[in-house]
Ligand binder design. Structure first.
Ligand code: FBP
Length: 553
């Protein structure tokens, strides 16, 4: 297989490991006092009697006395791709080899379904070599099957037994790690000694808390999007005729939009969590954008950049209410809806079932958006926000509003010449070659997962602390997954879940943005971060995100 020149050079990159791994993944473990879940302690304790209250584990260099017996481990990549996944696998592989040369690593294919359907490959030295420091999850592929029923757990146990697997590493987001903990608990209760370890992955950056500083992939994805936004901003300032509406992935949370705003200084960045707090309507948002467009036009700046988080519409209270009603109708009337052939028939059926308030919001939207809002939900029951063209919805509504104001002779928009270009950035960044930060972090996460396996732990998430410092000060830890849990209502039932982290409006990251945004709105102070640099001075190549620096630095 032919590979690019950069890929060749990247293959030779040796990810930095904290000094604790100087003798490999056979380490000394220090235990904290027993822990509590972040909320609903009684309920979580009852649901996880075997795993609740475990201590935090901190690893330090141990003696390199190989384990007497080899361990067979299975790894699963779950959910959306995130840069660095292959380095997690490489870290587990090398870590296991340091425990015992005969340890074997199996990759379950296509995500959690591979474990249930027994589709796997053995991950060999040769295979790992081809994927070190590369982006993507293509070594074993990913999938979104939810691993949550006792039947699936039993199939998983049977398939592990066939391969002699005594530990699983599940690399995923908040939902997948919650399910990893349910699986760990199931095995403990069945007295099945299979260990289950989780790994924090998602470009969305919403799997973080007091114990996990960031999820892997966020760093690289934000850097890729920021490069592209910077390029578009420079084009905007060169042509001086377009407003660019850029929607950014991130599902529910606006962390990606906020980080990209700090990296590029756009004229407008909407933050869903703030929209919800201020209870803004869609027309309030449009009005705010039109105001900025009007002010810039007065300065002869008929161009600009608007960043829009992917999950925005779910945070607008009137649309949230509409989505809740749509979810109910789509569940209750699934058969009737499936019977209808055209999108027009479906949307008109739905309109008839909505409350008056929700129906008036629904019909106010362009037909394309009405159709997108009733597309299939993902296996976790979420609206597939990446399929809703919020950027086009806003650009269209802004244009309509400007035309209305112009027809009323309003002076605010007198100088406006509005032409929009719409973009959606998501898939462009999810499989990028990991930045040095993600390459190092992921390799360390993999090595930590191997150390957790070596120490006989289960129900833990691999984590690395001190990430804003140089890697020689990083600390490798195991966090009991129950510790990050609380109870939340999902699909009408109370469920134990890892709490999702949304943008904290009183936090330093949002404050930094809020203090600067008025200036960025009317001036043209774009920053052009340029492409990720893999080779060169550390201040150019090894910088973590502004988010993590402000939160943990
Ligand atoms: P995860 O939460 O699984 O990491 O997925 C991240 C993400 O990229 C979201 O930002 C986006 O909404 C979603 O995946 C898109 O899903 P899909 O890849 O199924 O289109």
């Amino acid at each position: 297989m032919e590979i690019s020149v950069l890929q060749k050079a990247r293959a030779a990159y040796e990810p930095k490991l904290p000094p604790a791994f100087v003798n490999g993944a056979l380490m000394t473990v220090e235990k904290s006092a027993p822990t509590e879940s972040i909320g609903d302690q009684e309920s979580i304790k009852k649901l996880f009697p075997a795993n609740y209250g475990k201590p935090i584990l901190e690893f330090s260099a141990g003696e390199q006395k190989k384990a007497p017996k080899p361990i067979n481990v299975g790894v699963i990549l779950s959910g959306g791709q995130a840069p660095g996944g292959h380095n997690v696998i490489a870290g587990i592989f090398d870590g296991l080899r340091s425990i015992n040369d005969k340890c074997k690593l199996y990759g379950f294919l296509g995500g959690p379904s591979g474990l249930v359907d027994n589709e796997s490959i053995e991950i060999t030295e040769e295979l790992v070599k081809q994927y070190r420091n590369t982006g993507g999850f293509d070594m074993i592929a990913s999938g979104r099957t939810k691993l949550e029923t006792p039947e699936q757990f039993e199939k998983a146990a049977k398939n592990c037994k066939k391969l002699g697997i005594s530990a699983l590493v599940i690399v995923g987001g908040d939902d997948s790690n919650t399910n990893a903990c349910l699986l760990a608990e199931h095995f403990c209760m069945k007295k099945n000694p299979i260990q289950v370890i989780g790994c924090p992955k998602t470009i969305d950056g919403d799997l973080k808390n007091e114990f996990v500083e960031t999820s892997f992939g966020f760093d690289t994805a934000c850097k890729v999007y920021s490069e592209l936004i910077g390029n578009i901003a420079r084009d905007a300032d060169s042509a001086r005729k377009y407003w660019h509406f850029i929607k950014l992935m991130g599902r529910t949370a606006s962390h990606i939009t906020l980080e990209c705003a700090l990296q590029t200084h756009p004229n407008i960045a909407l933050i869903s969590e703030e929209v919800a707090k201020k209870k803004q309507t869609l027309s309030d948002i449009v009005e705010d954008i039109v105001k900025v467009i009007g002010k810039r036009a007065k300065k002869k700046r008929n161009f600009g950049i608007v960043l829009i988080p992917e999950g925005l519409i779910e945070f607008i209270p009137e649309i949230k209410k509409l989505i809740n009603e749509l979810n109910e109708i789509m569940t209750k009337d699934e058969a009737a809806l499936n019977f209808l052939k055209t999108d027009e028939d479906k949307t008109s059926f739905i309109r008839g079932k909505l409350s008056n308030e929700a129906a008036s919001v629904y019909v106010s939207m362009p037909m394309q958006i009405q159709i997108q809002l009733i597309k299939d939900r993902d296996p976790h029951g979420n609206v597939q926000v990446s399929m809703i063209e919020t950027e086009k919805l806003l650009a269209q509504m802004v244009e309509n509003r400007i035309n209305t104001l112009k027809s009323q002779g309003k002076s605010d928009v007198k100088d406006v010449k509005f032409k929009a270009q719409c973009h959606f950035m998501g898939y462009e960044g999810r499989c990028a070659a990991p930045s040095n930060f993600d390459a190092d972090y992921c390799y360390t996460l993999g090595a930590t997962a191997a150390a957790l396996v070596g120490s006989g732990s289960t129900g833990y998430m691999a984590a690395v602390r001190n990430l804003t410092k140089a890697s020689d000060q990083w600390m490798s830890v195991g966090i009991p997954i129950t510790m990050m849990m609380n109870m939340e209502r999902r699909h009408g039932k109370e469920k134990p879940v890892i709490q999702k982290s949304l943008v904290y409006l009183a936090g330093k990251v949002f404050k930094e943005f809020a203090e600067n945004r008025d200036k960025w709105a009317t001036e043209t102070e774009y920053l052009y971060p340029g492409p990720i640099q893999y080779f060169g001075p550390t201040e150019v190549c090894d910088q973590p995100t502004k988010t993590i620096v402000l939160e943990c630095g």
